[in-house]
Design a protein around this ligand. Structure first.
Ligand SMILES: O=C(O)CCC(=O)C(=O)O
Length: 192
């Protein structure tokens, strides 16, 4: 993706939040196809938050964040078929693959999105790989009475990194997607 496609430098626009990185084509079309053959067979469950279910479905590996209890639980091991994507995500982010101990696979049916949030503080960096279709990835941060905002398109097979201020000061969200999208987000854990 060029800076023009990001819409960042037209008449001078915002720059990417510090600690945020984006790269297109982090995985190949063949790798994407292989992931998409396996992911729909995973035990994806409607995301539940304090008794409300969302339109997206998720499954966690390595660790699972229990929103009701606000803590992590050990989850099933990361399936072998996700380890190649984890290697790519780690290389992109400059991390050791083994450091990315938590994996969340998310399915966004048409119209499903995710509201404004910062990831839970038990997690450190977040590396997300997008599959199958585009989404608008939105970031915002309070700037006095206003919000500072940056939007970009996360393309299939791309990766983004949330670290530093983009992780701790900025919120992110994805508006309802036009067509089925999957993401694989990898997280390391903060020292406990
Ligand atoms: O689907 C994505 O890329 C974003 C996922 C996300 O924001 C989250 O799981 O907290």
């Amino acid at each position: 993706m060029t800076s023009d496609q990001l819409g960042l430098f037209a008449t001078p626009g915002p720059t990417l939040p510090e600690g945020f990185r984006y790269r297109a084509d982090v995985i190949t079309p063949a790798e994407e196809r292989a992931l998409l053959e396996r992911i729909p067979t995973l035990p994806l469950k409607e995301f539940e938050f304090h008794g409300f279910t969302g339109k997206r479905r998720t499954v966690s590996y390595g660790w699972r964040y229990e929103f009701g209890e606000e803590r992590l639980h050990k989850a099933n091991d990361i399936p072998e078929f996700l380890l190649g994507a984890r290697d790519k995500a780690a290389a992109f982010a400059g991390l050791e693959p083994e450091a990315l101990q938590h994996v969340l696979v998310t399915e966004y049916a048409e119209g499903a999105g995710i509201g404004w949030h910062r990831d839970k503080a038990v997690f450190g960096d977040v590396v997300g790989i997008s599959l199958l279709s585009d989404c608008t990835f939105r970031l915002r941060r309070r700037a006095g009475e206003k919000w500072e905002r940056v939007n970009l398109t996360a393309e299939p097979r791309s990766a983004y990194l949330l670290s530093g201020p983009s992780r701790t000061e900025w919120e992110h969200s994805i508006p309802g997607v036009d067509t089925l999208r999957y993401s694989i987000t990898f997280r390391n854990l903060k020292e406990r």
